[in-house]
Design a protein around this ligand. Structure first.
Ligand SMILES: [Zn+2]
Ligand SMILES: [Zn+2]
Length: 107
């Protein structure tokens, strides 16, 4: 079994705000911890878009979305229950249509 560096919620709460501050969220998205978990979530959610699936459609998932954003809830960045396999179209909609509403709901 391959070992890779992962982060506790407490470490994420320190690390991610640092990345945000220096505008380097990319470092999170290329971390082994994220890439490994992302692959695991896609596999567990059968590479199906969970939002399309809820509407009775089968669409391959291409992305793993953070339900509570990494910026706003860094401690949930590597928590499976905060992750959702989605297709590009649903992902776009989540971020461009509902984002405002979601932000309001959360903050
Ligand atoms: Zn979809
Ligand atoms: Zn997203």
């Amino acid at each position: 079994m391959k070992t890779y560096r992962t982060y506790t919620p407490a470490q994420l709460s320190v690390w991610i705000p640092q990345l945000v501050a220096r505008n380097d969220m990319h470092a999170f998205y290329i971390s082994h911890a994220w890439l490994h978990l992302r692959e695991q979530v896609l596999r567990e959610q059968h590479y199906e878009c969970q939002l399309c699936k809820a509407r009775g459609l089968y669409v391959p998932a291409t992305t793993v979305h953070h339900i509570q954003t990494v910026r706003h809830a860094p401690w949930l960045a590597l928590t499976k229950s905060n992750l959702l396999a989605v297709c590009d179209e649903c992902h776009y909609k989540i971020h461009h249509k509902q984002n405002k509403k979601w932000e309001d709901e959360r903050w």
